[in-house]
Design a protein around this ligand. Sequence first.
Ligand code: AMP
Length: 423
Amino acid sequence: MKIAAVRGFRDILPEESALWQVLESHARTSFAAYGFSEIIVPVLEKTELFARAIGETTDIVEKEMYTFIDRDESSLTLRPEGTASVIRAYIEHSLNHKEPVSKLFYIGPMFRRERPQKGRYRQFHQIGAEILGRDDPLIDAELLLMLNDLFQALQLDVSVDVNSLGCSECRPRFRESLRAFGESKLAQLCENCHNRLHRNPLRILDCKEPGCRQATVDAPVITDFLCDLCRQHFAKVQGYLQQENIAITVNPRLVRGLDYYCRTSFEIIAHGLGSQNAVCGGGRYDGLVEQLGGPAVPGIGFAIGVERLVMLLQAQERYLSNAPDVFIAPLGEAAEGRAFSLARRMRQEGYRVELEGGGRGLKAQMRRADKLNARHVLILGENELNAGKGTVRDMQTKTDRPMAVDLTLPAPAMINVIRNVND
Ligand code: AMP
């Protein structure tokens, strides 16, 4: 009997992994420009870390974690998110003594036992970043700016929802007001929201049930409850973004699934993904480092869902091409030897080169070049070898330029000639 992968866990095949590389390399470039360094943390942590960081009453901790008892009786969990581990490492290695501000990013798999569907898996991947050590609005704006740069570089059309969740001073008043409001609408709220009202009333704003959405249309909004400091902080974040012409939508209903957020919180929504359309979520978590036994250091971060972004990239034709820059078709043994070193020289310069040969005839090689969507083929037959010049075939126009390329040219110059011949 065949053995299939575990439900919600998937293989990423070469066609898709090529797009992961596109995403990852753009992310690394943006992160480097803003001064972030990579941190690589384990996928397995003590269960207690997530219970304390994410919050006992969140969906993740209550029912979605992959937790098991190890042979020494300790309870371990496959990480459902990255922030808790980064902070654990930050505290464990006293990174705050090394630098006043730590800008860290991570890339890797996360595990949540959710109901799998398109864009939602039990093993999925996140690219995340955290800034620890600064709580001024400039930092929040900078993080959003970096995300904006990244999405722009990927040419993806997204909208950014931003809210302020207040602080420990002002949020309790909002929570109580929301709870009272919910109590007055009990009959219209779903069972889940009845529970939420007692444990974490903010989450009723996040419920997807149409009845609950309807019932909470007139719910109190956090923006009316913010204390002066939170209000000023939020206004400044918006001011910096306006200054740079970054479009955001202030969405007072935005709350997040994890308990640790305060002040600036945000979500990035993509168009064309169906119901699982959030591609990035994040926000400020000023008390969290202390709560996990570390120094009183503020923090802010985000996590991007790799699978969902890759789905967006897949929908774009320009990312689909894995066509070689040049396809080399040698005819005969001597030509194959020459093609072998030509291909190497070009590849060393970073060009994608397909080399056929293997004693195959011109026709068979052209069929293969077509299949790979090669635009240009460099043909090396006996005449070409004698002249030291290759023939270029433009596969789109099906025309040849006999002896067009001097085979002694440096690789980049050769590629230029090959590409320009019939363009
Ligand atoms: P969160 O850590 O819940 O704030 O999620 C941040 C981002 O990770 C989301 O916006 C999604 O893009 C992605 N994500 C979260 N859960 C899943 C999942 N089960 N499958 C795929 N992507 C996910």
